[in-house]
Ligand binder design. Structure first.
Ligand code: CO8
Length: 372
């Protein structure tokens, strides 16, 4: 069995950022327009009025201060409330492939590896731009990588499940190097007109390069073990899919975008994650308090504070459990990888760290790493 290392990471950060105040101003303008347009029905009690959002609520409930997006004007236009992405011709790169390639190139440069020497590309994300051909195969072509490629979707846990998939293949010897890419264009499937969730998500792309240890030039972390788990829940759901044409009333149905029962997710996922990490560390023969760094899924600051405290048995220091959600918001599968890529410094050889994701499915994935 081959040992596996992570030797490169990359983060593509989109060009535009939207602050909570900007987002709330456009949302509230949309609400005023909506309520004026439906004044008669609201008066008659047949339509419920919409309520204003607030920056104070968003920060207090989530810890999010701003989010990056690929396009900002459409989102902030109260008469549109969704990004505007021009359709691309078949001979142009898809959006997911374009940003996935940028993150991948950063990871390859860090590891000093040629794309041609990579033999697996995984495009692991919450939503796919099209059904086929796979974005992963398109990225393989754009990079000039070898081997094979495929798309996989485990919502917010796509990165950790992708790392397990790639690690297992390297261990077994069927591949030598893999790029796990998470291009998340969440702005395309967020309902920006819903006060309960309009602030949650942001766009980004991340890359992790995994290699067999014996061929890595610049290894950073060894993958000691991985653990994936799922448990069915409808509390985070998106009903859009290939049967859409065959269903009635599909034009603007709320369930064609991201939906969640946030309170229930919060309550149900926390114990699941705390138990998952404890079980993984036990399998590893280590006490959870041995972990010097937690790179957690970036959905909600209070959730992360709770998990950090539960795992370490005390309040983690900020550097032990770095958050990036204040700047990026929830970037689905990419969140824990941004934290890992941007806050991997300051560990000594032999130190243990843990990447952990959780989200729709429900799904939970964890990766125990040793600093080299
Ligand atoms: N402004 C002001 N007030 C508001 C707003 C707002 N924007 N939104 C809600 N309120 C009000 C509510 O109406 C409610 O009022 P009242 O008490 O009078 O009824 C009050 O504030 C409290 O509302 P909530 O109970 O909803 O607020 P919470 O404290 O629970 O916070 C959160 C809401 C932040 C959503 C929180 O529940 C949370 O973070 N939950 C966990 C969510 C989570 O981790 N989800 C994972 C989803 S990501 C994933 O799995 C990937 C899916 C694929 C990606 C999709 C991309 C688009």
């Amino acid at each position: 069995m081959k040992n596996v290392v992570i030797s490169g990471t990359g983060v593509f950060t989109p060009p535009y950022s939207i602050s909570n105040d900007e987002l709330v101003a456009s949302f509230n303008a949309y609400v005023d327009l909506y309520n004026a347009e439906h004044a008669a029905e609201i008066e008659a009690g047949t339509v419920a009025p919409k309520a204003h959002s607030s920056s104070e609520f968003i920060f207090a409930a989530s810890g999010i201060e701003r989010r990056y997006v690929m396009e900002k004007d459409g989102i902030l236009d109260p008469t549109r409330m969704c990004p505007h992405y021009a359709p691309r011709a078949d001979d142009e790169p898809s959006m997911m492939a374009e940003i996935g390639v940028k993150a991948a190139q950063e990871a390859l440069a860090m590891a000093d590896v040629d794309a041609a020497d990579v033999d697996l590309i995984l495009c692991a994300a919450s939503n796919m731009e099209r059904a086929y051909p796979a974005m992963a195969v398109e990225i393989q072509d754009l990079l000039g990588a070898g081997g094979f490629a495929f798309d996989m979707n485990v919502a917010c846990s796509s990165a950790t499940f992708g790392i397990q998939t790639a690690t297992d293949m390297i261990r077994a010897g069927s591949i030598k190097r893999a790029l796990v890419l998470c291009p998340e264009i969440t702005s395309g499937h967020l309902e920006w007109r819903d006060r309960d969730c309009h602030f949650i998500f942001g766009d980004v792309a991340t890359a992790v390069l995994l290699e067999a240890k014996d061929i890595a030039q610049n290894p950073q972390f060894e993958v000691l073990s991985t653990r994936c788990a799922t448990q069915f829940s409808n509390n985070i759901r998106n009903n859009n899919g290939f049967l859409r044409r065959a269903h009635d009333q599909m034009d603007d149905r709320r369930d064609m975008q991201f939906m969640q029962n946030g309170r229930k997710v919060f309550k149900e996922v926390l114990p699941l994650v705390a138990k998952h990490i404890a079980g993984h560390m036990e399998e590893e023969g280590q006490d959870p308090t041995a972990l010097k760094r937690l790179w957690l899924h970036q959905a909600n600051k209070s959730m992360n504070d709770y998990i950090g405290k539960k795992v370490l048995g005390r309040e983690p220091k900020p550097e032990e459990q770095p958050n990036i959600l204040q700047d990026y918001a929830n970037t689905s599968s990419a969140g824990s990888i941004i934290a890992f890529a941007q806050h991997g410094e300051g560990l000594a050889p032999g130190d243990l760290g843990l990447i952990c994701s959780f989200g729709a499915g429900y799904s939970v994935g964890s990766v125990v790493l040793e600093k080299l």
